[in-house]
Each structure stands twice: as structure tokens, then as C-alpha cells.
Design a protein around this ligand. Structure first.
Ligand SMILES: [Zn+2]
Length: 208
């Protein structure tokens, strides 16, 4: 099994994931530190790059422009419900996070055999989780944190939506990778809250 890389980026240390599958390198949430991400990407034996965004908050998209340009990314996938937020000048956290620059136009997700998309609106209207079956791993962005769920008081957030989407999630045991550390979901009961436990010090795939 090919490994994947978790690199924390930006002031808020958001997890950016670099997931090589065959000749395609998926870069999930390049939120900052473009030079670090590009260096890691070039170390992979991949011929094409696709950027996947779990949602459009500025701390998850800050390096999209530089990474996409330098690596000649084939596509930037983002749920259509977050496209407006993605390009909004109000999508910033001044003075720490000004609006992201040089953003290429996003495309709504096109799933393939490598990954599938689970819509989980609430943290933002277009928030998604990304499931890669070969590991298996679920990249949840800010939808779920260790022992809790993501904030809903930021632009696009809706508490009611988030709790309903986190209920009744898939029933399989999978390992979830959030914005920080790892969360193992042991079982999600139908219509029940996911039971989660945090193991932030034991991320097996962490290289940096
Ligand atoms: Zn967020």
C-alpha cells in the first residue's frame, strides 16, 4: 500500500494531505506554506496533480493558487455550494489570513475509483468528507474534530445541518483524518451520533 503524507500548514496548522494513487497525486486542503507542499509533491512519483478541497475556508485554500500553478494541477475540486465562498473577498481572517490570491476556478467534484465524496454541510454549505478506499481513510477537514464536531459560527456554518449530517454516517470502521491529528470512528449507529476517540499522538502516516 502506498503511504500518504500529512503536512501541517499555515498559522493554524491545518493538515494538508498528499495522497498518491497510481500516477495521480491528490492534494487535500493546501491551506498555506505552498513551498513545503510543492517540495513534498515533487518528491512523489506522480505525473498529475488534482487538488481536493473539503471546504472553502481561507485557512484551507490559502496555497491553492501557488500550488496549482507550480504543479500545473489538472483540476481543483470543490463542492458547488462553496464556490461563492471560495472567491469571496470576505473569506478571510484579518490580519492573519488575507483573502487567498490567484485562485484558479474550481470544478464541482467528479468522483472516480480512487475516492468518493460524502456531503456533510454544516461547517460550511459545501463541506464534504473524502473517502479513499485503498487505505481506507476518510479525510474530514473541519467537519469532525477529536471528540466533537467542527465550528458552525464561521461563514457558511449551520449547526443544525452539521449534527444531522454527522448522525447516521457510514457504519464501517475507518480512520478519519481531521484538520489536526487522527480520529478513529469505531461505529456510527444509524441516526445516532458518531462515537469518536482521539489519538492525536499516534498518526501512523505522519512524515513531517
Ligand atoms: Zn473551516
Amino acid at each position: 500500500m502506498t503511504d500518504f503524507i500529512i503536512q501541517s500548514v499555515g498559522m493554524l496548522e491545518v493538515n494538508c494531505m498528499l495522497v498518491p494513487v497510481g500516477k495521480t497525486l491528490y492534494i487535500i486542503d493546501p491551506g498555506g506554506d505552498a513551498a513545503k507542499i510543492i517540495k513534498l509533491a515533487k518528491s512523489q512519483d506522480c505525473s498529475e496533480t488534482i487538488i481536493l478541497l473539503t471546504h472553502a475556508h481561507v485557512d484551507h485554500i490559502g496555497a491553492v493558487g501557488a500550488v496549482a500553478t507550480t504543479l500545473k494541477a489538472k483540476a481543483v475540486y470543490l463542492h458547488r455550494n462553496d464556490h461563492e465562498l471560495y472567491s469571496s473577498p470576505a473569506n478571510c481572517l484579518r490580519p492573519w489570513f488575507p483573502p487567498a490570491k490567484n485562485l484558479p476556478p474550481p470544478t464541482h467534484f467528479v468522483e472516480n475509483e480512487d475516492f468518493s465524496v460524502i456531503e456533510t454541510p454544516g461547517h460550511t454549505q459545501g463541506c464534504v468528507c473524502l473517502y479513499f478506499k485503498q487505505f481506507p481513510a476518510l479525510f474530514v477537514g473541519d467537519t469532525i474534530f477529536a471528540g466533537s464536531v467542527g465550528r458552525t459560527d464561521l461563514p457558511g456554518g449551520n449547526q443544525e445541518h452539521l449534527h444531522s449530517e454527522c448522525s447516521g454516517s457510514r457504519g464501517d470502521d475507518v480512520t478519519q483524518f481531521s484538520r489536526k491529528g487522527k480520529i478513529r470512528v469505531r461505529k456510527c449507529e444509524p441516526r445516532g451520533r458518531a462515537r469518536v476517540s482521539a489519538h492525536p499522538q499516534s498518526v501512523p502516516h505522519r512524515h513531517t
